[in-house]
Design a binder for this molecule. Structure first.
Ligand code: CMP
Length: 174
């Protein structure tokens, strides 16, 4: 995360950060705001659901200016998980990842915000919590690189594919 990322700015002045996240630094600019709105997939993973962290984690993203547009608590099937993580199919950790993600319920959500995809990746922090920046969700809650509490789409193309996979094409509409 950059030295002056959202976690740093929100800690210094949370109210101002939240206001600017929604309206831009110079106040409301509805045209600009409407142009930059994106949707992205966000998952609260089994390790965090089982530690009863759903509420705290969703509050965290809401405080960063995200709006929840879809949410469902589900037990993923192995087939759903294999399709979702298809890009990792050849990795050594793939079967373990599918075992973990199907071990107990996950909270699937679709979040909306200006610049949602890139911004949410900053808010969650890098894959390994040991390397994640202070104030990020993974630094605050993740147990390990594997049990890392949350997933967020890594590009606009992934966001489109992932939101469509779990919530259908209607969830991509503004
Ligand atoms: P996620 O953001 O859901 O995307 C792919 C997941 O694979 C990642 O979070 C981690 O949970 C997991 N992952 C990535 N790299 C490794 C690794 N080297 N060892 C174990 N799990 C990993």
């Amino acid at each position: 995360m950059p030295a002056d990322g959202p976690a740093d700015r929100s800690r210094r002045d949370p109210a101002r950060f939240h206001r600017e996240s929604l309206n831009g630094p110079a106040g409301p600019n509805l045209k600009e705001h409407a142009l930059g709105i994106e949707r992205t997939l966000f998952i609260v993973k089994p390790d965090a659901v089982s530690r009863r962290l759903i509420g705290r984690i969703l509050a965290h993203v809401e405080e960063q200016g995200f709006r929840l547009v879809e949410a469902r608590l589900v037990n993923l099937t192995r087939e759903q998980c294999q399709e979702f993580y298809a890009e990792h199919a050849t990795k050594t950790f793939f079967n373990g990842l599918v075992d973990f993600m199907t071990s107990s319920p996950v909270m699937l959500t679709c979040l909306e915000r200006e610049n949602a995809v890139a911004y949410l990746r900053e808010v969650i922090g890098v894959t390994d919590p040991a390397e994640a920046a202070p104030g990020t969700i993974r630094k605050l809650y993740a147990e390990s690189k594997f049990r890392n509490s949350v997933h967020a789409s890594d590009s606009p193309a992934s966001a489109e594919r992932e939101v469509k996979l779990f919530f259908g094409v209607a969830a991509l509409a503004r």
